[in-house]
Design a protein around this ligand. Structure first.
Ligand code: PMP
Length: 427
């Protein structure tokens, strides 16, 4: 593909006014004008199957959410300094979806803000400052959160209070040993913090290890690590910004696969189906000291319009049985993707959970040497053929397939067919 003169002009206009820090996806960037369900439309009216955007998790412009936003925006749009029932309806509906001790929630606008708040709460509760995360984790953009987001790379140094542990990829440990290995790594990280005079505040993990390459790992393996951080006086924080709200199919939240109840859970992305809203859900005792000493006001966090959207999202997930669809369609998608990848030596592994699928490319199957270039070529070849996905992983060599929860069996077939073509075309 090539960029039309009109889109060339948009790229130049962007660079002029938005400056140098933004990045566009795909060799031929997309100019989108409309979305509906699993489809995105460009300026020429061409439809693209969206298998990437987990924010519009119910599908683009879901009528129930659009109507909830419209109705609330037309009546009142204000903040947490007033009594208002929409925030309470939303909060109660949300915490009802969590195991009992996680019964309080605070709202913010982005996943980064939720993680930033979780860190502040953890520091207040534990008196510690140390943070343990996985090697290629991403938790957000604020100065404090970027300091524990190693996927940002060398340009954004980790804080001196941050330690990393390997994510549970297949090169680290046999399936039966993942839990013990992960726990031992977390214990070593905590010991190293202590050696430097730093008390731990939190172990923060994305329970699907999205940025590390989408690594579900064996069910239950997080339990030991959660015990280890608690034994050291820190908190276990589950970052559910990516896996949360039913995507993994088996449960509403990724941590539930592990039979563990976190001390805090952070939420974002799909929470408002595109309306900016995020949250920290926690045990009351965890936030008690922070609440007493620090208070919290976030102008837009918990605003009535965003809460109306989030409430509609929770209702739609239940009304449309979207978690069950993520499980059923996700299984089919994983099977079909694995089948079309099977003949290709370049595919080292196909893995996933629910509507979260990764295809890992290797230059050499024997030593597992990563092939990032092939993964990038496949992503662009699929975009040329009208299916949108992206890349993940420490070595940028895994396809990230992460469609809306309303993805159908037919959509999965379409994706698998296009993936097969893209694999051929890039061999
Ligand atoms: N945590 C995880 C696991 C994420 O994937 C992201 C966003 N990619 C964030 C936090 C940050 O969310 P936001 O971009 O809304 O600040």
């Amino acid at each position: 593909g090539h960029l039309s003169p009109e889109n060339e002009a948009l790229v130049a206009r962007r660079a002029r006014v938005l400056g140098p820090a933004y990045r566009l996806m795909y060799e031929t960037p997309l100019h989108l004008v409309r979305g509906e369900g699993v489809w995105l439309y460009d300026e020429t009216g061409r439809a693209f199957l969206d298998a990437y955007n987990n924010v519009a998790s119910l599908g683009h412009c879901h009528p129930r959410v659009v109507e909830a936003i419209r109705a609330q925006a037309g009546v009142l749009a204000t903040n947490t300094r007033y009594l208002h029932t929409t925030i309470l309806d939303c909060a109660e509906r949300l915490v009802a979806r969590f195991p009992a001790p996680l019964s309080q929630v605070m709202f913010a606008c982005t996943g980064s803000e939720a993680n930033d708040l979780a860190l502040r709460i953890a520091k207040a509760h534990t008196g510690g400052t140390g943070v343990v995360v996985t090697e290629h984790a991403y938790h957000g953009i604020t100065e404090a959160v970027a300091a524990f987001s190693p996927s940002l790379g060398a340009a954004v140094p980790l804080g001196p209070h941050v330690r990393t542990v390997p994510a549970p990829d297949r090169t680290r440990a046999a399936p039966g040993e993942v839990g013990a290995a992960f726990r031992a790594d977390v214990e070593a990280a905590i010991a190293d913090l202590r050696r430097h005079g730093i008390a731990p505040a939190a172990l923060v993990v994305d329970t699907m290890f999205t940025s590390d390459g989408i690594l579900p790992g064996p069910a239950g393996f997080l339990r030991g690590a959660a015990e280890a951080i608690r034994a050291a006086g820190g908190l276990f924080v589950a970052d559910e910004v990516q896996p949360g709200f039913g995507r993994t199919g088996e449960a509403m939240w990724g941590f539930q696969r592990h039979g563990v109840v976190p001390d805090m859970v952070t939420l974002g992305k799909p929470m408002g189906n595109g309306q900016p809203i995020s949250a920290v859900v926690m045990r009351p005792d965890v936030v008690e000291r922070f609440g007493r000493e620090a208070r919290y006001f976030n102008t837009f966090g918990g605003n009535a319009v965003s809460c109306a959207a989030a409430l509609a999202v929770l209702e739609a997930i239940e009304a449309e049985a979207l978690q069950a669809n993520a499980l059923r369609t996700g299984r089919h998608l994983l099977e079909r993707v694995a089948a079309v990848c099977a003949p290709h030596e370049a595919v080292g592994e196909v893995r996933g959970a629910g509507l979260f699928v990764a295809v890992e490319f290797v230059a050499d199957r024997a030593d597992g040497a990563p092939d990032a270039a092939r993964a990038a070529r496949v992503v662009n070849a699929m975009r040329e053929r009208g299916v949108l996905i992206s890349i993940s992983g420490r070595h940028h060599n895994s396809l990230k397939i992460r469609p809306p929860l309303v993805f159908s069996r037919a959509d999965a077939e379409l994706l698998a067919g296009v993936l097969a073509e893209a694999l051929q075309a890039t061999a």
